[in-house]
Ligand binder design. Structure first.
Ligand code: URA
Length: 425
């Protein structure tokens, strides 16, 4: 077999066999296929796509590149977000679901570019241990019902390698490659019931509803092929989620939500995602599941679970602080907020070191942006729109102010744009 022939086949829109995919991708994993050859193949795939059969085969190759977790006879759930600005739902959903007696194992990644990553948020908690062995994961899952860990090198390691290359070769947006990347990790982690929060909008990877439906449909088919139930909540990522962007700030906001004092959008989306997981695991009606989730939140059971999680993974919560320097951004006019540019604020937050520009960059956990208003609210001239907490890099006041659109007409911020259920029968 020859890599040039394989690249040429995909360039000419021909089907690749499982052997050819394996030759190329496993060869890349071993170092036999070089970066520029794989980059070329990835670009051909991004332009010409993969058939369903090719997607299934590539998913299997990714899964088999590492370890698989499976605890015989022990069912747990998993939740995934395709990533966005201010998305701290994992820190809220996982404790809610666990407080309802359902084990949840979540492996999260770091943020790159303008989006944040759950692992960075967890690392803003002093000493929080994100690397657990498979034995430790199992023990905690049985005892505490909640485990949040970092992306272990052994779970679909090929995805990690390919993702890094996609990130620098403009091949991240391929629907087929996104589906393979996400689903291979989910399947290797072993959960039977999976909920995916598929973000759509300018702050997200997926920019329109058409692509969201294509991606969901493909991921659902992969789920069925590998005997997993996958449901989707399609949510709006045009505006940031909740009131904070930045690691410590987002953990502090999650605590407010878990104490029942959160903003409506983040609280409601967290409850919907939790209810979907509860519905799937317990095979009950969504409304009943939603009431269970709400009860766990309202009675403080979810907050107690969160505290248990932090303690169990050696974290010290009291250490969370915001940066000392504050820049307040004032509104220059009176009117309704009609949009808050999630992508723009994500970039500004990254610039003050809340995120990374390259994977070697060091994050400042204390910095970030706190919003005082959300879309649909009335703001008066000279009122503070946002407070930026910063250390060594001074925020760009003008660029942050430009992210807020203020107009005379009020508009509603529709957060949940669609729901796609797994096929239960
Ligand atoms: N998240 C992933 O894990 N992989 C992708 O390709 C895109 C988002």
């Amino acid at each position: 077999m020859n890599i040039l022939e394989i690249i040429n086949k995909k360039k000419n829109k021909e089907l690749l066999t499982k052997e050819e995919l394996s030759f190329a991708f496993n060869g890349y994993d071993k170092g036999d296929i070089l970066d520029y050859q794989m980059a070329s193949l990835l670009m051909a795939i991004t332009i010409n796509g993969l058939t369903e059969e090719e997607v299934f085969n590539l998913t299997e190759i990714f899964i088999e590149s590492g370890e698989k977790i499976s605890f015989e006879g022990f069912d747990y759930v998993d939740k995934h977000s395709t990533g966005g600005i201010g998305d701290k739902t994992t820190l809220i959903v996982a404790p809610i679901v666990a407080a309802c007696g359902i084990p949840i194992l979540k492996m999260s990644g770091r943020g790159l570019g303008h989006t944040g990553g759950t692992i960075d948020k967890l690392e803003s908690i002093k000493d929080f241990k994100i690397n657990l062995s498979i034995e430790e994961i199992k023990e905690s899952l049985i005892k505490n019902k909640i485990v949040l860990v970092g992306q272990s090198a052994n779970i679909a390691p090929l995805d990690k390698k390919i993702y890094l290359l996609r990130d620098v070769t403009s091949t991240v947006e391929s629907i087929d490659l996104i589906a393979v990347s996400i689903m291979s990790k989910k399947i290797a982690l072993g959960a039977k019931n999976i909920v995916i929060d598929l973000k759509v909008g300018n702050g997200a990877l997926v920019k329109n509803m058409n692509d969201a439906y294509l991606l969901a449909s493909l991921m659902k088919k992969i789920g069925t092929k590998f005997e997993r139930n996958v449901s989707f909540i399609i949510s709006n990522m045009g505006n940031p989620l909740g009131l904070t962007i930045g690691n410590s700030l987002e953990v502090l906001e999650s605590i407010q939500v878990l104490k029942g004092n959160g903003a409506y959008d983040i609280t409601n989306l967290s409850l919907v995602l939790s209810a979907k997981l509860i519905e799937m695991h317990k095979k009950i009606d969504f409304k009943e599941a939603f009431m269970m989730a709400k009860n766990a939140l309202d009675k403080g059971l979810a907050f107690n679970k969160f505290l248990e999680l932090i303690k169990n993974q050696d974290g010290i919560l009291g250490s969370l602080t915001r940066a000392k320097n504050e820049m307040v951004i004032y509104s220059q006019k009176t009117g309704y907020i009609t949009s808050i540019d999630a992508y723009g604020l994500g970039v500004e937050a990254k610039n003050i070191k809340a995120g990374r520009a390259t994977k070697e960059d060091i994050i400042d956990y204390q910095v970030g942006i706190e919003l005082h208003y959300q879309v649909g609210q009335l703001v008066k001239e000279d009122q503070p729109l946002a407070t930026v907490y910063y250390n060594e890099v001074k925020p760009n006041e003008e660029k942050i102010l430009k992210c807020f659109k203020i107009e005379n007409e009020k508009i509603e911020n529709k957060l949940i744009l669609g729901v796609i259920n797994y096929d239960s029968n």
